[in-house]
Design a protein around this ligand. Structure first.
Ligand code: NAP
Length: 305
């Protein structure tokens, strides 16, 4: 069994995967895709439930996407996950889409239906919502939320989820303010304008907004490199703040270390990754995902990195 398969393999799937038992019937497609943590997480779940399928990585380039999607039913796929750069392009390419995908403007989960039609879902926002509940024991609806990095892919999905769940107050911040304009238009269709604030990510705005914030959701890439500083300096934080950092590399992110220094509660993005995967699994198999098995596999995989 290979670590990563390609479109050439997908064209002749039974032959390319003849050595695989159980058969490969789920995959994450991306470009690049070799880094994805989804296979160990889903394979642990499949094995724990005794389901006759395995999950792999498919390296699909943008120009190969339409062909890859068309090949899935014939190759016996149950479904796929989509990662960079395919989430957006898959949205118009599937036969039908769930509201979650329409709202997010992208698809991270595809289900191959019994008639061979492809249905798209987005589980990122709902995954974040479950992760916040797990980390802090709160519902988004009760929270005054500040999203840092709302203009990126993860930030947009988080913002749409917070707006859909009608959080108590919503602040969207991004380094590059114009990148928020399209998102703001969409949020305004879901959320009362008077509870929404949009601002550039700089210290004076942060200070003013943090005074009116319960939950910070950090969605920039600051903290992925070992020498990155915290996106919020510790002197702006209070012990009552909850900080959810979507970054899942390393043990304690720079934002979490800043939170620790003022006694604030924090969590990293592993739980978002876990819960979005669990919701994908539920779409594919119509049964609860074995969450603790998946968590253990994810932790083991990430600790090897
Ligand atoms: P993306 O689309 O490239 O967006 C990057 C975001 O980071 C943008 O808002 C960008 O602001 C901001 N940014 C980058 N460098 C910055 C800097 N020096 N100062 C301030 N802001 C900066 O990336 P993405 O896919 O959304 O990923 C963003 C983060 O989310 C990553 O850390 C990733 O690990 C995490 N994530 C986690 C999960 C999970 O399941 N836990 C899932 C997806 C992503 P500009 O718009 O100004 O460039």
């Amino acid at each position: 069994m290979k670590d990563v398969y390609t479109i050439a393999d997908l064209r002749d799937w039974p032959h390319a995967t003849a050595d695989c038992t159980p058969p490969l019937r789920l995959a994450v497609i991306g470009d690049p895709v070799a880094h994805s943590a989804s296979p160990p997480m889903h394979n642990a779940a499949l094995a724990a439930l005794g389901l006759p399928a395995r999950y792999t990585r498919l390296h699909i380039r943008p120009e190969e996407l339409a062909e890859a999607l068309a090949l899935l039913p014939g190759a016996g796929f149950i479904g796929i996950n989509c990662t960079i750069p395919h989430k957006g392009p898959v949205l118009p390419a599937v036969h039908s889409r769930d509201l979650s995908a329409e709202l997010a403007g992208g698809v991270n989960t595809v289900v191959v239906q019994p008639d061979g039609q492809l249905r798209g879902y987005s589980t990122d926002g709902a995954g974040l919502s479950r992760a916040v509940r797990e980390a802090f024991g709160v519902e988004l609806a009760t929270q005054r939320v500040l999203i840092l990095g709302a203009g990126g892919g993860a930030g947009r999905a988080v913002a749409i989820q917070c707006a859909s769940e009608k959080c108590a107050r919503l602040v969207l911040m991004n380094r590059t303010l114009p990148k928020l304009s399209e998102l703001v238009e969409k949020v305004e269709t879901l959320y009362p304008r008077e509870r929404l604030t949009v601002a550039a990510m700089e210290n004076s705005a942060l200070k003013a907004q943090l005074a009116l914030t319960d939950l910070v959701i950090h969605c920039t890439s600051l903290g992925m490199k070992a020498d990155d500083l915290s996106p919020i300096s510790a002197d702006l934080l209070e012990a009552r703040h909850c900080l959810y950092d979507t970054i899942y590399v390393g043990t304690r992110t720079p934002l979490q270390r800043a939170a620790d220094s003022v006694g604030a509660r924090s969590a990293n993005g592993l739980t978002m990754l876990l819960h979005q995967g669990a919701i994908s699994f539920e779409h594919w198999f119509q049964q609860p995902a074995p969450i603790e098995v998946m968590r253990a596999a994810l932790l083991a995989h990430l600790s090897e990195k």
